[in-house]
Design a protein around this ligand. Structure first.
Ligand code: NDP
Length: 484
């Protein structure tokens, strides 16, 4: 049994209360670790360490901060195999995916922001004729809170921490209690990279206790949160009256619009990924598939054939495409939606049932599931399921496709499959989403803005947007005497 610890002031420690929470391996259903059940006392200790480290970290040269972040990136790469194994065990995702995507991306986050901070500049505005010069200082905020979800554990944890640290803040961070392992291991890496004690503090515990204590702490001045829409609303209710800066990256129910004029083979193979990668547990998965009527039957047949060839299995098997869902409660939630779909008159075209994996009989495995729906407004097509479940329905015209795509409360991302450039331009402008992919999916350049509209979030992260979020802009106006 592993005992994870909080990482506060550069050292590992238990929760002050001495309480622990079970941590499950979703591919076997067994408890394999204990994590500290931190509460507001631990968060306050983390805050105090961060506050003490702030004067020195916030005034360290850009080169110093950059060097430490790049070293963390290097060490994540060096530890790729062990981190990927830890991620697969903790989350249930295929080891191959953790090795190819999650861990390299965590390293890329530190590398990107370690470099970006050296290029981050502020503006100057000369008021010609008034003899004044304005310049903008972009100063670190102080101690900030970062809270991340379980689906891409180290990837999303570092997506927040790296820009916060690069900009000169000190951080109190909490990973999901469901997937704490790689965040725990990150502490050691930060120490080895020479990150001064207290600059980053990683606290484990539940959302309502440790998470809430971060959000409600009177001196933690900004919160970057990625997670569900309901949790985001709850966080906003606490943080807004305290006038905290807030970045909320929330749920999605993303449309995948497929037109008959697309590159069919490419669309088909990418659509399998955008539907079921990471067991469908990516906020950017295209969970609502709309297909132009003229190719609908052909698509259905080919899509089912490809999806039925996916192997659901132990995350550590090389040929596994779909691993375990992250937890028992989550598996039950996803299954409840499959039942709702049937009650609502949806047809299960493929999947829908749990899978028993030999040697891992108590793991949380579910078939990839395709549900044909008739009504865009049905619950299974409106509510975020966040599992290996997609809906499909046909459309006749571009106008109808746009209406269907926009007919949900979410607006995170959308994918468009067409070779018509006019249609691409029209729809990209009119789709209500923070991100539109055309003839591709999950293609990320870290310089680009990332975030959602409607109930998918508030604010943008990524590139200089993240560095702007993690700094306060201050205008300095200097009047000068123009006469010699
Ligand atoms: P949750 O909202 O349940 O949890 C997210 C994080 O918030 C966890 O660390 C959780 O802790 C913590 N938390 C829970 N309650 C509180 C609270 N009251 N105060 C402070 N923190 C709290 O989301 P999930 O972990 O279930 O993640 C899935 C969701 O995340 C989906 O809706 C998905 O769409 C969204 N997501 C959005 C992304 C985006 O970029 N827009 C990217 C990835 C996911 P704990 O787990 O310990 O309870």
């Amino acid at each position: 049994m592993d005992y994870l610890k909080n990482y506060i002031n550069g050292t590992y420690c238990e929760a002050i209360s001495g309480a622990w929470i079970d941590n499950y391996n979703p591919s076997t259903g067994a408890v394999y670790a204990q994590i500290p059940d931190a509460d507001n006392k631990d968060i306050d200790a983390a805050y105090k360490a961060a506050q003490a480290a702030f004067p020195s970290w916030s005034t360290a040269t850009i080169e110093t901060r950059s060097r430490v972040l790049l070293k963390i990136a290097d060490l994540i790469e060096v530890n790729l195999d062990s981190l990927a194994e830890a991620e697969a065990r903790d989350n249930g995702k295929p080891l191959s995916l953790a090795k190819a995507v999650d861990i390299p991306r965590a390293s890329a986050n530190f590398r990107f922001f370690g470099n970006a901070i050296t290029q981050f500049a502020s503006e100057a505005h000369e008021s010609v004729g008034l003899n004044t010069m304005n310049y903008t200082l972009r100063q670190p905020i102080g101690v900030v809170g970062c809270i991340s979800p379980w689906n891409l554990p180290l990837y999303l944890f570092t997506w927040k921490i790296a820009p916060a640290l690069a900009a000169g803040n000190c951080v109190v961070a909490k990973p999901s209690e469901v997937t704490p392992m790689t965040a725990y291991l990150l502490g050691e890496i930060c120490t080895e990279a020479g990150l001064p004690p207290g600059v980053l503090n990683i606290v484990h515990g539940t959302g309502p206790s440790a998470g809430q204590a971060i959000v409600a702490h009177p001196n933690i001045k900004a919160i970057s949160f990625t997670g569900g829409t309901e949790t985001g609303a709850h966080i906003a209710r606490t943080a807004a009256p305290m006038f905290k800066k807030l970045s909320l990256e929330l749920g999605g129910k993303n449309p995948n619009l497929i037109f008959a004029d697309c590159n069919y083979e490419k669309m088909l193979s990418v659509t399998v990924k955008s539907s079921f990668a990471n067991q469908g547990q990516i906020c950017l998965c295209g969970s609502r598939i709309y297909v132009e009527e003229t190719i609908y039957e052909e698509f259905k047949k080919d899509f089912i054939a490809k999806v039925s060839a996916l192997k659901v299995g132990n995350p550590f098997d090389d040929d596994t495409n779909i691993g375990a869902l992250v937890s028992k409660p989550h598996m039950e939630k996803v299954q409840s939606y499959i039942k709702i779909a049937q009650e609502e008159g949806g047809s299960i075209l493929y999947g829908g049932a749990p899978v028993t994996v030999a040697g891992s009989e108590n793991g949380y495995y579910l078939q990839p599931t395709i549900i044909e729906i008739k009504d865009n407004g049905c619950r299974v097509n409106q509510e975020e399921i966040f599992g290996p479940v997609v809906t499909i329905m046909p459309f006749k015209t571009e106008t109808e496709a746009l209406e269907l795509a926009n007919g949900v409360k979410y607006g995170l991302s959308a994918t468009l499959w067409t070779s018509n450039i006019d249609r691409t331009m029209r729809l990209s402008a009119q789709i209500q989403a923070g991100i539109v992919w055309v003839n591709t999916w999950l293609n990320r350049d870290l310089r680009t803005p990332f975030g959602g509209v409607k109930q998918s979030g508030v604010g943008r992260e990524g590139g200089f947007e993240a560095l702007k979020f993690f700094t306060e802009a201050k205008n300095v106006c200097i009047s000068y005497d123009a006469d010699i």
